[in-house]
Design a protein around this ligand. Sequence first.
Ligand SMILES: Nc1nc2c([nH]c(=O)n2[C@H]2C[C@H](O)[C@@H](COP(=O)(O)OP(=O)(O)OP(=O)(O)O)O2)c(=O)[nH]1
Ligand SMILES: [Mg+2]
Length: 127
Amino acid sequence: MLVRVAAGIIIREQKVFIALRKASQHQGDLWEFPGGKCEAEESPEQALARELQEECGIVVKRSDYFNTVSHDYGDKQVELVFFTVTEFSGEARGDEGQQVRWVSVADLADYSFPEANKVIVDALLAS
Ligand SMILES: Nc1nc2c([nH]c(=O)n2[C@H]2C[C@H](O)[C@@H](COP(=O)(O)OP(=O)(O)OP(=O)(O)O)O2)c(=O)[nH]1
Ligand SMILES: [Mg+2]
């Protein structure tokens, strides 16, 4: 099963917004950049905007392509399209009951992310 996912690296005042995946979800109990699966006929940008509104309650005003990561989890193959989100309206929150946090880029090293995120987190830490 190959799924295409759009995820947002939401940045405000040098901090990044991350969310904890629910234990019951795939790659559960790990931190993520919020986002979700692209529906048929939906571009990654459109999926990103929809998912961030649903999961975090924000309206994306500016997103920029960051990187694409393909990863095989064995039970699931994902193509993750990451965007930075630097302008949005609303206050980012966990609208699906998920724990959320604004963390400084350097502190991302203290959080456990799914394996596919390693290259992204490393790139942010090096930036
Ligand atoms: N959103 C997000 N998903 C990630 C990240 N890293 C990573 O490996 N994934 C994987 C976990 C999942 O297999 C898939 C994303 O699925 P999802 O659970 O967010 O999808 P969704 O929001 O549409 O949720 P659902 O309808 O399946 O509940 O991508 C990440 O940083 N953010
Ligand atoms: Mg999601």
